[in-house]
Design a protein around this ligand. Structure first.
Ligand code: DAH
Length: 338
């Protein structure tokens, strides 16, 4: 019995001398483990007389209980100390300067597209999309470009097979929308187009266009001129003048190319407009009656106008960029300027 009291003191002393979880665990194993001192003492009970056993067992359990309590409270203390130490080591200095965060922003082509969409949506147009991989029938036939027409040349069009190609223009979206038969139509269709061109300052095998189409009763060339002149003023400034030059497109009749007065020199001629005073921005015309007919619309009842704008060209003009390749290189030093 005396030994048991001593043993209790010994355990408590050892526990309180522990300065780490490992050391504490060693003490636990030494006394309470399977081969620990207290376990061995319990085994000696069989040598006692049956009368002595209960009192002895009771005492040993007392010691075990005290040892377990001491270990548990020491464990708590050590853990609290470890947490405190970790927290003070990880303290954040909120006075340090922040790390710079680079935020992205829209590409100049996207900015130009957003601006054009804003202008046309403001005039009541709907924005629609068509497929980049297209039937030759939509890209050509339904646009009054019959077989044998030079626009179909394999030299400048990417064919998948003889019926399917990468669209060379956004104009096929006109045919797709007209065929749906919902009139009147007022839509723009932005998207990527493909041509077998080599890359230079003004050409790329893949670029973007914005197609426009209006079909309704009593649409005339006046509506076309008024709409595109207003568009040019909103895009390039209210003093911008427009000039419609006769041109030819298979799917419009009559057709025109539109120039805007140079917004750098106001039309007197400068380096920016190459001395012309005018800058070409798009192609347009009155929808050809053949196209209306092929898309199921009666040209006696309905008329319309259409136009096609090169997106990159507008971005280059608007942001005074002199080489189209800059738009595709994704050089952040360039892109960061817009
Ligand atoms: N699709 C023509 C091109 O790629 C551009 C164009 C011209 C579209 C006149 C039109 C239009 O809708 O009426 O060169």
């Amino acid at each position: 019995m005396q030994d048991l009291i001593k043993l209790t003191d010994e355990i408590i002393e050892k526990v309180s001398a522990c300065n780490s979880a490992d050391a504490l665990n060693d003490v636990r194993v030494e006394y309470l483990g399977k081969k620990g001192t207290l376990t061995l003492i319990m085994k000696e009970m069989k040598d006692l007389s049956p009368e002595e056993r209960p009192a002895f067992g009771q005492k040993v359990n007392d010691v075990r209980q005290k040892a377990e309590n001491a270990i548990a409270s020491m464990k708590e203390k050590l853990e609290a100390a470890a947490t405190a130490e970790k927290l003070s080591a990880e303290k954040i200095d909120v006075t340090l300067p922040a790390r710079e965060q680079k935020t992205g922003h829209p590409h100049p082509c996207q900015l130009a597209l957003d601006e054009m969409e804003r202008i046309f949506v403001g005039m009541g147009y709907e924005v629609v999309e068509g497929p980049e991989v297209e039937w030759q029938e939509y890209n050509f036939t339904k646009l009054n470009i019959p077989e044998g027409h030079p626009a179909r040349d394999v030299q400048d069009t990417f064919y998948i097979n003889d019926q399917i190609l990468l669209r060379s223009q956004t104009s096929p979206v006109q045919a797709r929308v007209m065929e749906k038969g919902k009139l009147p139509i007022r839509m723009i269709a932005p998207g990527r187009v493909f041509r077998s061109d080599s890359i230079d300052a003004t050409h790329s095998p893949s670029f973007n266009q914005i197609e426009g189409l209006v079909v309704d009763k009593h649409i005339t060339m006046t509506d076309l001129k008024g709409t595109l002149s207003q568009f040019a003023r909103e895009l390039f400034g209210e003093n911008t003048k427009t000039r419609f030059r006769p041109h030819h497109f298979p799917f419009t009749e009559p057709s025109a190319e539109v120039d805007v007065s140079c917004y750098k020199c106001g039309g007197t001629g400068c380096r920016f407009c190459k001395g012309e005073g005018w800058i070409e921005i798009l192609g347009c015309g009155m929808v050809h009656p053949n196209v209306l007919k092929m898309c199921g619309i009666d040209p006696e009842e309905y008329t319309g106008f259409a136009f096609g704008v090169g997106l990159e060209r507008i971005a280059l003009l608007k942001y005074e960029i002199d080489d189209m390749r800059l738009l595709y290189e994704n050089d952040l030093r360039f892109l960061g300027q817009f």
